[in-house]
Design a protein around this ligand. Structure first.
Ligand code: SAM
Length: 231
């Protein structure tokens, strides 16, 4: 099945495709992805938990999972929770599929397209947790309109998240963090769960390191970890 149609929107990502996939990864794209892909042409099942074959009691979404290491670790650690992973980068999708296949994970579904299409598809108050870890930084002033997290995105997330649901975000770009905090404060839709500097300077327990984060730390950039609760 081809990737689902997407409307024209401000592009928030760089490449959609990298180096040629290995035969194994191409086979996973051809055979496993069609089984795991969320079909946005259908109405969302009621309840959304019916997306998952094994019974799940809550649902998390990771937007921009990169190579999928965080998503796969979360899904392995919480088999009672269903995880929807979303990324536009084909090689990253293949990397996630490889982890799902190797670990035999049954509680993951995939949207290999723009997160905003998936968010538009989701019903109100569908999600218990959302991760947006190290979204593309777009550091140049003229590119900042491409940043994924904006006041509009916060309103969209607030619609699809349940009251009390958790939003985790991380970035190594101080200006991005400041902008998000200001937008969250102005939105009145989320509470920032931080009491002391350690709460944003140190990655909380149960939050596996991502590839982008490891690179940022190697290159000497501090990372900031934000956890919000939907009001
Ligand atoms: C900087 S990478 C970080 C990846 C991973 N979270 C990590 O920390 O290693 C950002 C990811 O977000 C994805 N992305 C950017 N905009 C997106 C969108 N609108 N929908 C889905 N994925 C998106 C990119 O393809 C990329 O894989």
């Amino acid at each position: 099945m081809p990737r689902q149609q997407e409307p024209n929107r401000q592009r928030t990502y760089g490449r959609r495709k990298g180096h040629r996939l290995s035969a194994r990864k191409q086979a996973l794209i051809d055979t496993l992805l069609p089984r795991l892909r969320v079909d946005l042409g259908e109405v969302p099942p009621q309840p959304l938990a019916a997306l998952f074959a094994p019974p799940v009691t809550s649902i998390a979404l990771e937007i921009g999972f990169g190579a999928g290491e965080h998503l796969a670790a979360q899904a392995a650690g919480r088999p009672e929770r269903g995880f929807i992973g979303c990324d536009v980068f084909l090689n990253g999708v293949a990397a996630l599929l490889s982890r799902i296949d190797k670990a035999g994970l049954r509680n993951v579904r995939v949207h290999d397209g723009d997160a905003r299409a998936l968010l538009d598809w989701l019903g109100d108050a569908s999600l218990d947790q959302v991760f947006i870890l190290f979204p593309d930084p777009w550091p140049k002033k003229r590119h900042q309109k491409r940043r994924l997290i904006s006041p509009e995105m916060l309103r969209t997330l607030a619609r699809v998240m349940k009251k009390g649901a958790e939003l985790r975000m991380a970035s190594d770009i101080p200006d991005y963090v400041r902008t998000v905090l200001l937008a969250v404060y102005r939105s009145h839709l989320f509470d920032w769960r931080a009491e002391a500097p350690g709460d944003w300077r140190e990655r909380p327990a149960g939050w596996p390191e991502t590839r982008y984060e490891a690179k940022a730390l190697r290159e000497g950039r501090d990372c900031c970890y934000l956890t919000f609760t939907r009001r």
